[in-house]
Design a protein around this ligand. Sequence first.
Ligand SMILES: [Zn+2]
Length: 209
Amino acid sequence: MAQHIIILGPQASGKGTQAEMLAHELNHRHISMGEKLREEVASGSKLGQMMKAHMDNGELVPDDLTNKMILRELERSPNGAILDGFPRTIAQAKFLDDHIEIAHVIALTISDKTAVERIGGRRECPKGHNYHTKYNPPKKPGFCDTDGLPLRQRSDDTPATIMKRLALYHEQTEPLIAHYKSKVISINGEPSIPEVHLAVLKALHHRKR
Ligand SMILES: [Zn+2]
């Protein structure tokens, strides 16, 4: 049976990178909600058009649309998926509970100070591949390794906005941690990317015994 894993972590916790590495290690599919939303909208599909209408109005994409997309992505993940950016709310977690078994929930933790420090170096390509000038640099500075597209800094990556997002994350995530209880594995996200990856693997290995 597919072993699905959720990865939680505030922005700048290295969540996307860790999800990608773990997916590769376990031969799982990395389902990044942000990336899938962008792909769906760019594809011009009916679902994408409905999503875009909400985004253009500055609204959140409603759960019935994101849920539909997540189910489809899970069906394409027979070995299991690493869910990144979903669920964000208890309602979404309950929806998942009705459809799949979650094996583990990895929660990456970093201090607010570290989050703000890391933000300055974050870069992403238009397709959503993430880099960091210091911690995860692309081979060719300024360009994506995967598709060669130019990397950019998000305009809302300022200390004030990151603090606001962190507060929102704490508010939304703590209920999820309570929801998944004993499935939650808390990992210190402060060390280097390879060290955190190793800690995640060790913790998963320990759980399976
Ligand atoms: Zn890219």
